[in-house]
Design a protein around this ligand. Structure first.
Ligand code: ADP
Ligand code: MG
Length: 251
């Protein structure tokens, strides 16, 4: 479903190269974890996948279902089923969360050639999804993410993911800012989305999240490259020994 080939990307503004030849394949049905120390380029990779314009791809390619997405803008990528849950969700003053969800869900349905949802059906779906994440409906009347706690923002991201039913889900540090109960709720939400025709990429600094979302594959990003890959045991090993052992291999 996702094939990243020798991907090089730099910051558009100053030309600093952050991704320095990333190779990564994620199959449909798979949950892939991307780990790596702070500053290794994990968030940059997620932004480049989503098409953020602050970064320039200078070499390599990103194939989604076998086709390059490099020429697609972020909206086109979203319409094609790519979803990014941000490490730092943005506050959108003046846009009620419910209104945002309504517009996003119907835009996504339109992109898939489906009819718009009528308000009662839409409300029903949103209510069920919010309940499953233990979110208060009152929160959905508030502007998106404005004044939400760190944990509430992360739940709001997962809520969007559940409702938009993307094919390729990328979660950037969804565990940060969550206490253990919230972590379990969010992990349950992600696990419920596991399906043979969907791929989930979980970016995390810590192994802890992977106790709840058990990955099929684990990849370590280090200095802008995938330094090593393995299965879930690799994450356990990293938790024990840290990333220091990788320095020699990837430097
Ligand atoms: P990670 O998510 O693995 O912690 P990031 O992708 O956020 O790493 O960052 C990788 C490196 O690139 C860091 O050194 C970061 O400071 C730098 N970087 C990323 N984006 C920008 C940007 N827009 N402007 C300046 N530096 C950036
Ligand atoms: Mg990051």
């Amino acid at each position: 479903m996702l094939e990243i080939k020798n991907l090089h990307a730099r910051i558009a503004e100053d030309g600093t190269e952050i991704l320095r030849g990333v190779n990564l394949t994620v199959k449909a049905g798979e949950v892939a974890a991307i780990m790596g120390p702070n500053g290794s380029g994990k968030s940059t990779l997620s932004y480049v996948l989503a098409g953020r314009e602050d970064y320039e791809v200078t070499e390599g390619d990103i194939l989604y279902n076998g086709e390059s997405i490099l020429e697609m803008d972020p909206a086109e990528r979203a319409a094609a089923g790519i979803f990014l849950a941000f490490q730092y969700p943005m506050e959108i003053p003046g846009v009620a969360t419910m209104e945002f969800l309504k517009v996003a869900m119907n835009a996504q349905r339109k992109a898939r050639g489906e009819e718009e949802l009528k308000i009662p059906e839409l409300m029903k779906r949103v209510r069920a999804a919010a309940e499953s994440l233990s979110m208060d409906m009152a929160m959905l009347k508030r502007p998106l993410n404005v004044g939400f706690s760190g944990g509430e923002k992360k739940r709001a991201e997962i809520l969007q993911m559940k409702l938009l039913e993307p094919k390729l889900c990328i979660l950037d540090e969804t565990d940060s800012g969550l206490d253990i109960d919230a972590l379990k709720i969010v992990a349950d939400g992600v696990n419920a989305l596991r399906s043979p025709d969907r791929a989930i990429v979980v970016i995390t600094h810590y192994q802890r999240l992977l106790d709840y979302i058990v990955p099929d594959t684990v990849h370590v990003l280090y200095r802008g490259r995938v330094a090593t890959s393995g299965d879930k045991e690799l994450a356990v090993e990293l938790e024990k020994n840290g990333y220091a052992g990788l320095v020699g291999e990837a430097a």
